[in-house]
Design a protein. Sequence first.
Length: 326
Amino acid sequence: MDRVLSARCSLFVILVFSSCAQRESFVSVDYTVMGTSARVIIPRGKRVLADSAYAQMLLVDSLMSIWKSGTELSRLNSAGAMRLSQPTLRCVEIALTAARETGGAFDPTVGPLVHAWGFDSDDPHTPDPESLELAKGLVSWQNVRIEGDSVILGPGQRLDLGGVAKGFALDLAAAKLLELGCESFLVEIGGDMLCYGQKGNQPWIIGIRDPANPSGIIGTMSIRGGKGAAICTSGDYERFVEIDGKRYSHIMDPRNGEPARGVVSVTLIGDRGAALADAMATGLFVMGPEEGIPLAGSLGIKAMFIYYDGDTLATARTWDFPEVTR
Ligand code: AMP
Ligand code: MG
């Protein structure tokens, strides 16, 4: 779904740790989807179910990728209006919810901007002012209408669900595992995670990668999965583009039409599903800590920002973000 445009880092933003005792009862099954790695951590006795979760991830990619021609989303973008399958329709609804909640910092109609900057090609470039203005004029989530099972785009609009689809795939994978009788597991795509229950009799222990030293971590945190805890990160250190030697984030600020600046990463913990958490992480990345922390607090989202304060890296978090133990 999200193509790596420049440097690809094989390490996840968030790493999952396990003690020897826990490793005996849980198994981690590795996959590849949406151009990145995925995994299902599941009780050893239920190992056979992991492939069913993976099938859901593949389904989302086959419906919603804009990198593959012929997907439902690509066809919608060409046609401008189309009746959609339930998963794609649901994902669009969640994307519009995130757009509303972030005041448009997350905007699934960002496609023309991504295109104007060439972030959807092998040749990213600074757009000329005319095409930038044209693209900016097309970005407006309010112009997307849902009528029954159909989505109707405004003239020239293109949906890009790259900021929400990984989370949505995690939601479908988790729903499948629950349906098959598995109550404790963790599913992950490219560093975004959704966990349920506990890992044996322990909480899930999650490591947060150090943006200044990608091979290290800044610490770990304990997460109780309960009935679904999503941990999603938007960061510019895993995916970025370089134009004339200058580094740009792959996340656009729909308000000024430029790649978002200032924030290195946002890690968010939410209990309203992984799709919404994924979308909100992208939106909060655009908003930055000053705007984003009060919004996260008001929505009951736990969030931690790593951002540039001048030339130095700083962190800001909501009061309820779990303690990061070094
Ligand atoms: P994520 O890695 O989840 O933060 O998603 C980044 C992807 O979301 C990008 O590669 C684009 O496909 C898309 N995107 C970029 N900017 C935005 C935005 N402001 N709102 C919604 N989607 C975006
Ligand atoms: Mg996202």
